[in-house]
Design a protein around this ligand. Sequence first.
Ligand SMILES: [Zn+2]
Length: 126
Amino acid sequence: MHEMSIALAVIEQVERAAVEHGARGVESVRLLVGELAGVVPQALDFCYELACADTVLAGSTLTVESVEGRARCADCGHEWAVGMPPDLGCPGCSGARVELLGGRELQILQVRWAADPVLARADQEG
Ligand SMILES: [Zn+2]
């Protein structure tokens, strides 16, 4: 399943970052997903929740920001949103020399670490 492998890859990256930050928990993860990446948000949500169990990400929320697919015509320079399924013929000149500008993104934008109540209390005592 496509979404499951994405969810696992995201979790792996966040887990590695959690170790670097010394974070004990994750509150939320923001993901940038291009329209053309072929991801079904509901399926990704489902897989994420499943794969999060027993990791530092357990109980965290996944927010997906989608980016529309855009293309530019190499012949006339026209730019348009390709939509889904993608329309890769230039609406300006019907040219077929098309450059994809965006829409295949798949990247972690932001991770919010969960506040650690034990550490917070230790700070106040000092
Ligand atoms: Zn064109």
